[in-house]
Write a protein that binds this ligand. Structure first.
Ligand SMILES: Nc1nc2c(ncn2[C@@H]2O[C@H](COP(=O)(O)OP(=O)(O)OP(=O)(O)O)[C@@H](O)[C@H]2O)c(=O)[nH]1
Ligand SMILES: [Mg+2]
Length: 600
């Protein structure tokens, strides 16, 4: 039997997981010297590259001495926490990264809690020790306290610490040691992560934790073999979450090495491999011995906390920029997504209207962004948190929020958060004039907060949050404090009229932009909405007023990204998303309709 270790790399967003995996691939000699690869090679899809974050967990394998080490890189953003939970079941140990300055952040807590509860063996990597502001002792203490608070077993609490600068390929076991390479990481993995349990001689049991597609072979299930041996061509039984059994055949068996996948003939208990040939495979299914099918425990997937409604685009500009615009197309695409993305849910709520639930705004905007790129057009409604009844009490999701703000601004931020029903839990000086303040806050109150927070802290504040639990509903919270600038007419915007409007607030669009009645072109500086005419040209007059045209200087408009726009809109507004544009609009386009409906 081959010697195997299975690990996942977990951490808060941006603490350096994917960069560390690069180093592990590199320093184990998995990349051949001539092999070209990008930085953060595992972040392979387009959106991941563009945004510099990991969205989907991905696995790779390296060889170190006579061992195979299967490594799963996980996303750190809280919205993708569901991925991490699933992956943790597949491994025996974890590398928990933590930034040498930032220390324990909300998602560090989340992943450590899950990992400890599942009984995994941790290795703590304090990363980015090259940062001038690094404070390894403080961060190590924070990790000890965190483990203790979260009821680590004695064995787990006794974790080894590695100090690293992943980006530079440096690691060492003691800060006083000279800089070394990743050998100490490999050795610690071999000595601290338990060998996989299970027996190759037992009946086959292999659980699928990720799905993939290949144009040639179709649906692929990536899974961890907990027992038995599997050969290419084997007949198997697929045990589904609902208890049913489906016969199948492994048409292809795929192994991992570095960034490549290769066909293999056999794999054994302890390994992580991919199967092709089972069209009905879902995440959580157990691939079993056909004679003696015993399913493994189904996977626990934490419930969504946020919903938005995707709907057919019915704006006056609908169908001009996208290819797929019908309800059927939209439905097909969303159903396809739910097939692979178990953390999301879909419900049809009306003609051409689909309620999509997920873990946060980023998860939803990533889906929307992918759909735009595939030439879809649709609208999205304001995100709403999921309210549910627990033992007869109406409950809503709460988040753990951590902000780092310049000291002189902390007062105003605390006040702002107080209005949003946040409860302050702690406040600590971070050095360099910053304060770290922790809150517990209804998820509802965080919608739209980020934009405000960045304005309040002049872009210097950093905020992070992650799901805590469902708690009793807290009543109304403050939302957007400004109204919208709404176009009263269709046409193409002109500098002359925008110049007149810009004093009334902040514009979202520039000149020669197609607008329609009811489209929102900016934020009003007051609380109410203001209807404006952005297409009016200068009145003709006989008197030549020299120099008047040069006087028209437009302030740069605020470019609303998908996320920003989604956070900004209110209940009576929608986002119109097409491959080329993101427009914000009123649900009811004419002022009459809006008045009629507000009276109801
Ligand atoms: N200074 C410094 N920067 C680092 C180090 N390691 C990684 N980084 C930087 O940190 C940023 C985030 O790195 P990633 O590897 O993408 O972090 P991640 O944990 O995979 O992020 P997510 O997958 O989005 O959660 C990148 O800009 C890296 O270059 C390090 O040792 N020192
Ligand atoms: Mg990453």
């Amino acid at each position: 039997m081959q010697k195997i270790r299975n690990i996942a790399v977990i951490a808060h967003v941006d603490h350096g997981k994917t960069t560390l995996v690069d180093g592990l691939l590199e320093q184990s000699g998995t990349f051949a010297s001539h092999e070209q690869h990008d930085e953060r090679a595992m972040d392979s899809n387009d959106l991941e590259k563009e945004r510099g974050i990991t969205i989907l967990s991905k696995n790779t394998a390296i060889r170190y001495k006579d061992h195979k080490i299967n490594i799963i890189d996980t996303p750190g953003h809280a919205d993708f926490g569901g991925e991490v939970e699933r992956v943790l079941k597949m491994v025996d140990g974890v590398l928990v990264l933590v930034d040498a300055y930032e220390g324990v952040m909300p998602q560090t807590k989340f992943v450590v809690k899950k990992m400890l509860a599942l009984g995994k063996m941790p290795i703590v990597v304090i990363n980015k020790i090259d940062k001038p502001s690094a404070d390894c002792d403080r961060v190590a203490d924070e990790m000890f306290d965190l483990f203790a608070d979260m009821d680590a077993t004695d064995e787990q609490q006794d974790f080894p610490i590695i100090y690293a600068a992943a980006r530079d390929g440096i690691a060492k076991l003691d800060m006083d040691d000279p800089d070394g390479n990743f050998e100490c990481i490999f050795e610690t993995i071999l000595s601290h992560v338990p060998e996989p349990e299970g027996d190759a001689a037992n009946a086959l049991q292999s659980q699928v934790f990720t799905l993939d597609y290949d144009n040639y072979v179709g649906k692929i299930g990536i899974s961890r073999i907990f027992n038995g041996t599997v050969n290419k061509g084997d007949n198997i039984m697929l045990a589904k979450a609902d208890g049913s059994l489906v016969k199948g055949k492994i048409s292809k068996l795929i192994g991992f090495h570095g960034l490549s996948r290769m066909e293999i003939d056999q794999a054994e208990a302890g390994d992580i491999v991919a199967f092709a040939g089972m069209e009905t495979v879902d995440v959580g299914d157990t691939v079993c011995d056909p004679v003696n099918p015993v399913a493994l425990d189904p996977m626990h997937v934490e419930e969504p906390t946020l919903t938005v409604v995707f709907a057919v685009n019915d704006s006056p500009l609908a169908g001009k920029e996208g290819k797929h615009v019908t309800s059927n197309k939209l439905r097909e695409r969303l159903e396809f997504e739910m097939n692979t993305n178990v953390a999301m849910k879909l419900e049809v709520v009306g003609e051409g209207k689909f309620k999509v639930s997920g873990r946060g705004e980023l998860q939803i905007t990533v889906l929307a962004e992918n759909m735009r790129r595939e030439d879809f057009e649709f609208s999205i409604s304001r995100p709403e948190v999921i309210v549910k009844e627990i033992e007869g009490v109406k409950c809503e999701p709460f988040e753990h929020l951590v902000i780092d703000v310049p000291e002189d601004l902390s007062g105003s931020v605390i006040e702002r958060l107080g209005k949003r029903k946040a409860e302050m839990k702690s406040m600590l000086p971070m050095g360099s004039g910053f304060q770290r303040i922790e809150f517990e806050i209804p998820a509802r109150a965080l919608i739209g907060f980020r934009g405000q927070f960045l304005t309040d802290t002049k872009g210097e504040g950093v905020m992070n949050h992650s799901f805590l639990e469902f708690r009793p509903f807290t009543g109304s919270v403050e939302s957007r404090s400004y109204g919208a600038l709404v176009s009263m007419t269709p046409g193409s915007t002109l500098a002359f009229s925008l110049f007149g409007i810009q004093d009334r607030g902040v514009l979202f669009i520039g000149v020669q932009t197609e607008v329609y009645e009811g489209m929102i072109i900016g934020e009003h500086s007051r609380q109410n909405d203001l209807v404006v005419n952005p297409i009016k040209g200068k009145a003709q007059s006989n008197v030549r007023s020299s120099g008047a045209d040069e006087a028209i200087k437009l302030v740069p408009f605020r470019d609303m990204s998908l996320e920003r726009a989604l956070e900004w809109i209110e209940d009576d507004e929608l986002l119109e998303v097409t491959p080329k544009s993101i427009r914000i609009r009123k649900k009811f386009l004419t002022e009459n309709e809006r008045k009629r409906n507000s009276r109801k």
